[in-house]
Design a protein around this ligand. Structure first.
Ligand SMILES: Cc1cc2nc3c(=O)[nH]c(=O)nc-3n(C[C@H](O)[C@H](O)[C@H](O)COP(=O)(O)OP(=O)(O)OC[C@H]3O[C@@H](n4cnc5c(N)ncnc54)[C@H](O)[C@@H]3O)c2cc1C
Length: 478
C-alpha cells in the first residue's frame, strides 16, 4: 500500500503521522511545495522573543490538539494564557473599553456587567434582553451568523461585541458566514433553551468544574512550530519519505485503484491512495482533470488574505499598561487593523524581561484588495494603529511582517451544501481524501482532526481491499 499526502501544513503532517501509526505497513510520501514544514504555522525565535507569524495558540476544549501534543511528548511544554491579567478590550469610539465579564461561548451571560458596559447603548441593552423572551425561530436551511445574532441580541450587540470577536477566528464578514458551518452550537442553544444567554449559562453549569485547570488556550513553550517540528521528527524516524520544494501540479487516476501525482518538475509518482491537505481551491486546481465538477466546488470556497505585524518595544516606550491580552476592533471604527494582541502579557515567556511584544492583525474578508502587501506599508499601518490607540510613538526594536495570501477560508452561506457535494463526489473516488482548514473547522485542532479522519477513510479502503479482489488484479488473473 502506498499513500501520498500533499501539503505539509498541520493537516498534512497530522495525516501522515496518523497514517504511519494506524497503517504501519504503508509506504508514505509527504509532498510540500514550500521550503519549510508547517504551512500557516510559522514561528520565529530571535533574541529571546518567540514571534508567531500565523496562529499563536490553540483551543484546548477541542481534544485533538492536546491529544497530538501528548503523543508527541509535548504535554509538559504546553503553556496556557497568563491567568493574572485576563482583560480583553474592544475599541469603541477610539477608546479601549473592557469586554464585559461572563462571556460564555461568545454570549454575554452576566447581566450586571452588561448593564455596566459602555460598548452597548441603553437601547441596545434593552434589545439584548429580548433574547430571554423571543421564541426560537422555525427555519429551514442556513442563516448567516450576523443575521442570527442580530435577531437574538440586536444589531448593536452583534456589531460591537460578537462580530469583532469572530473576526479573530475567521477574519470574515459575519453577514456572509454560515452559522451552521461556523458556530452551529448557537442555533442548538436557541432551539433547546429558547434563549442564547439561558443556553450559554446552562452549558457553563454543565461544564465540569476544574479549579486550577488549564487555560482555554494552549501553546508550546517555544511556539507552535514545536508541533510541526515534533511531527516531522516522528515521521522521519518512522521512515516516511519527506519532500520539500515539490509543488504538485495534478492528481489523476490511472486505473480504478492507481493514482498518479504529477509534480511541476514533470516527475510522476504512483500511489494507491492520496490525501490532499492543501487549501480547498488548490485541491480543486489539482483535481481539475479528474473531476471538473468537484474541482469547481472546491475552487468556490473563498479564502481571505491577512497579515500579522509583530513589533517589540522597550517597556519604557509603552505609555499604557498592557494589562490584558489585547483588543479587537469593530468594523465601524473604520480602522485598517483588525485586532491587536499584547503577546508579552498573554504569554509572558515570549518576550525577555523589560520588553513588550505586540502583534497587529490586518486584513479581513471583503478587504483583500485594500490590504497592503508591502512590508514597509504594513509596518507603518501597525505603528499608526499603536500610536492612535496606545500612544506608542517610539521606534520598535524589532519588527516582523508575515503576509498570508488566501489564508483564511470563509465558510459562507451555502458552505454546508458545498460539503455535501464534495462528500458525494468523493464517494466516486475511492482512495482519495481531503484534509485541511477548508471544510469543517479552521482551528489547529480541527485541522489535526481532519488529517485523522482522512486517514480513517483510507483505512476503510485498505480493509475493503483486504476483503475484495482488486478489479485490475482480478482481470489480469482471468
Ligand atoms: C494569521 C493567522 C492566525 C491564525 N491564528 C490561529 C490561532 O491562533 N489558532 C488556531 O487554531 N488557528 C489559527 N489560524 C488558523 C490555522 O493556523 C490554519 O487554519 C491552519 O494552520 C491551516 O492548516 P492546514 O494544514 O489546513 O493548511 P496550511 O497550513 O495552509 O497548509 C497547506 C500546505 O499545502 C502546501 N501546498 C499548497 N499548494 C501545494 C501544492 N501544489 N503542492 C504541494 N504543497 C502545496 C502549502 O505550502 C502549505 O504548507 C490562523 C491562521 C492565520 C493565517
Amino acid at each position: 500500500m502506498k499513500l501520498i499526502v500533499i501539503g505539509g501544513g498541520i493537516a498534512g503532517l497530522s495525516a501522515a503521522y496518523y497514517a504511519q501509526k494506524q497503517i504501519p505497513e504503508t509506504q508514505i510520501t509527504l509532498l510540500e511545495s514550500d521550503s519549510r514544514w508547517g504551512g500557516k504555522i510559522a514561528t520565529e525565535r530571535t533574541d529571546g522573543f518567540v514571534i508567531e507569524g500565523g496562529p499563536d495558540t490553540f483551543l484546548a476544549s477541542k481534544p485533538w490538539g492536546v491529544a497530538l501534543c501528548n503523543e508527541l511528548g509535548l504535554a509538559d511544554r504546553l503553556h496556557g494564557t497568563n491567568p493574572k491579567t485576563k482583560n480583553t478590550y474592544v475599541l469603541h469610539r477610539n477608546r479601549l473599553q473592557p469586554l464585559p465579564d461572563g462571556l460564555a461561548m461568545m454570549i454575554p451571560t452576566n447581566v450586571q456587567s452588561i448593564l455596566k458596559t459602555r460598548l452597548v447603548s441603553w437601547f441596545g441593552k434593552a434589545r439584548m434582553g429580548l433574547d430571554f423572551l423571543r421564541p426560537a425561530k422555525a427555519l429551514n436551511g442556513d442563516e448567516s451568523l450576523g443575521a442570527f445574532v442580530s435577531r437574538r441580541l440586536g444589531r448593536e450587540a452583534y456589531e460591537n461585541l460578537i462580530e469583532p470577536l469572530m473576526f479573530g477566528i475567521y477574519a470574515g464578514d459575519g453577514d456572509q458566514l454560515s452559522l451552521a458551518s461556523t458556530f452551529p452550537y448557537l442555533r442548538d442553544l436557541e432551539l433547546k433553551y429558547g434563549s442564547l444567554a439561558r443556553g450559554a449559562l446552562a452549558m457553563r453549569k454543565k461544564a465540569p468544574s476544574t479549579p486550577g485547570s488549564r487555560s482555554a488556550f494552549l501553546t508550546p513553550t517555544s511556539g507552535l512550530a514545536e508541533m510541526a517540528e515534533a511531527l516531522v521528527e516522528s515521521l522521519r524516524l518512522n521512515g516516511v519519505c519527506l519532500r520539500l520544494n515539490v509543488p504538485v501540479e495534478s492528481v489523476c487516476r490511472l486505473q480504478p485503484s492507481t493514482w498518479n501525482v504529477t509534480l511541476d518538475s514533470g516527475e510522476r509518482l504512483e500511489s494507491d491512495s492520496v490525501i490532499l491537505a492543501t487549501p480547498a481551491p488548490v485541491s480543486g486546481k489539482l483535481l481539475e482533470t479528474l473531476d471538473p465538477a468537484l474541482a469547481s466546488v472546491l475552487q468556490s470556497i473563498h479564502y481571505a488574505s491577512t497579515a500579522t505585524v509583530s513589533l517589540a518595544y522597550h517597556l519604557g516606550d509603552v505609555p499604557r499598561s498592557l494589562d490584558g491580552y489585547g483588543y479587537v476592533i469593530p468594523r465601524r471604527e473604520g480602522r485598517r487593523a483588525l485586532a491587536c494582541t499584547w503577546t508579552s502579557t498573554k504569554f509572558p515567556h515570549r518576550a525577555p524581561e523589560g520588553y513588550a511584544l505586540i502583534r497587529i492583525f490586518v486584513g479581513r474578508a471583503g478587504q483583500d484588495d485594500g490590504m497592503p502587501r508591502d512590508e514597509l506599508a504594513l509596518t507603518n499601518l501597525a505603528r499608526e494603529e499603536l500610536k492612535l490607540t496606545l500612544g506608542i510613538s517610539a521606534d520598535p526594536i524589532l519588527s516582523r511582517v508575515f503576509v498570508w495570501e488566501n489564508a483564511m477560508p470563509q465558510y459562507n452561506l451555502g458552505h454546508p451544501a458545498k460539503l455535501a457535494q464534495i462528500d458525494s463526489a468523493l464517494a466516486n473516488h475511492p482512495g482519495l481524501a481531503l484534509a485541511g482548514n477548508g471544510y469543517r473547522g479552521i482551528g489547529i485542532p480541527d485541522c489535526i482532526h481532519s488529517g485523522e479522519v482522512a486517514v480513517e477513510k483510507i483505512l476503510n479502503l485498505v480493509s475493503l481491499r483486504g476483503r475484495q479482489p482488486d478489479p485490475c488484479t482480478a482481470r489480469k488473473g482471468r
